[in-house]
Ligand binder design. Sequence first.
Ligand code: MOS
Length: 745
Amino acid sequence: MDVNKTVGQPISRLEGKLKVTGAAKYAAEYQVENLLHGYVVNSPITKGKIINIDIAKALAIPGVIDVLSHKNRTKLAWFDVQYTDMDAPPGTVFKPLHNENILYNGQPIALVVAEDFETARYASTQITFEFEQEAFETNLQNNTEKGRPAKKGFATALKPPPPPPTGDFDKAYGQAAVKVEAEFKHGTEHHNPIELFATTTVYKGKGKLTIYDKTQGTINNQLYVANIFGLHYKDVRVLAPFVGGGFGAGLRPQYQLFLCVMAALHLKRNVRVVLDRKQMFSFSHRPPAIQKMRFASDINGRMTALGHSVYAETSNFEDYTEPTANWSHKLYPSPNTLFEHNIVPLDVYTPMDMRAPGGSTALHAIECTMDELAHKLKIDPLELRLINYSEMDPSSKKPYTSKALRECYLQAAEKFGWSNRNPEPRATMRGNKLVGYGMATGIWDAFQFPARVEAMITKDGKLVLNNATTDIGTGTLTVMTQIAADELGLSLEEVDFQYGDSKKPFSMFQGGSAITSSTGVAIVVAAKALRKKLLKKAAQMENSPFKNASDEEVIFNGGNLHLKNEPGTYVSLKNIIAFNKGKAIKTTNMGKPHMLKLRKYSLATHSASFVEVEVDQDLGTVTVTRAVTAVAAGKIINPKTAKSQISGSMIWGISKALHEETIMDDHFGKYINTNLGEYHIPVHADIGQLDVIFAEERDELINEIGTKGVGEIGLVGMPAAISNAIFNATGKRIYKLPIHFDELI
Ligand code: MOS
């Protein structure tokens, strides 16, 4: 019997209509009675102390309820508790309104609470602060001598330090036939999801709270609130059914959550706090980095030495780190290696994961250095990658569970027309535009977190699933519904995946491209247990043909349970539930990575990006006219939502290469382009033709469903491919991102 399969089909987002019609509600859109509105006041100074706060004028404004600051904040559990959140780096977490100390520019220093948002915002302008300012340091380049390795902590497993040195790097590099030494600089970037960070807290009395929050992790924020405010975790419910983008900014609870909950508990009222766009630049960001590269090869292009030293920003209170120097040796074998990742503490807020953290910064430097090496060797850049191709992970000496990178290279090169590339820079013109081709490799993790799923068949024969994960716009709802439908042989309409609620069984935050594998595997495990229960119940029915049937002898399809060899013999799921006195049959199960087995392997997704650019000879402006990215990420559950993830991250790659940067004015210790007018991101007219290819990759080892995740891998190779294409077009190699027209004139 053929069972209809939905996995592998390009299904449109099930919640798409709700989103485009505005019916989907976001954290700041819930109608709540007697709601108060909080407006955050941010520090205008970078370092020092608050000497005095005068709130009298603000309090006198009709409609203003209170102004909370470190002077009058209520006694809450927070300041005695060490707990922070599941993505906290080692260090001391930032505590809003803790005391008079200012640690960074933009730090929240007060919350005005009023009957409406406009009154709260106006009142915030009527508060007078006196500060005592201290000297500060915000410049990475000037402070590299403070660089040191990050302390180890809870998140170290996901963000390991670079591998130890091998061979004799200095000797090998010194004697190498061909070498490239280069230093790359990357600017700060701020996550700017379209949905502003916002929290609506419904005060239910007796320490009970329902919180609508903009977050990537409902349970992460539930535990944070419960722990720091000394509440029972069952009394705190965090809901995030729709999330307007995250990109990593929602992996940690942001300060509006803390301030909103504090005000709600203090005033015993319902409170909402929404940040404005400028305030979206007052917390986490991708850290600026300096990368010193030293790569060498023999005259045939075989790598003999890989050296990669990183200096990246962190705050003065937490050791943020990301895997950056870890990647080159996961791609290219080399007998001699030297990798370092140094963090440089500055007077800024702690950086945070942003789409492919570390990887997207690292691969720019690695793949531009490879391009320069290829140019010196007079070897085609793709050929150089193939000369150094490794089936196994050279850094761990372990085989990959699967690696279809070669297929990515070949399929994307073919589709792009790489063979037409002229290796000579400045040799191809189109009108007054210089045309260049560039390519680069991408590599990223393939994570899986433990997850629990409750699965049940209800009395109308439908499959209902529960899991606390969010869907930050990735297609999670659709993908989970597909996986579940296939497991029970149902149509998509017969499956109801419920999510975005901390009350539901465990999920980590949605990050690290991990949720398809995490919740997806838990669904498969739960579905298997559910099928067993349904068969057992069916076997108890009167004259049941399933009495002696084993799991392997039955099949679920079309809402029925069939004997495999006698498809005409069946019982409907509805009848099984009716026989169960109308009670749903349910099970809750855990899916988790098979650590013991996987310890013997290396796990990664791979990609290859090929880009054509046009550079205006007179103006230096760059246009990415077309790009092809091929991705190997195991099984693709939904080619439509997966393609959307990859093309979205390719666009971010264009942004990272050519547009996006938050500019720090080191004189004031302050970002100066904190708005979407001056923080440049590409518009529609900046994007040419984008093609996405999924190379076939069957991975029977990695997990029960063979998936590796597609959220981040599409970004990783793009900045280097663009930079390399600009070199091919102009003969200029620009060692920084973003690349601006003034450097190309
Ligand atoms: Mo992503 S930076 O793991 O949200």
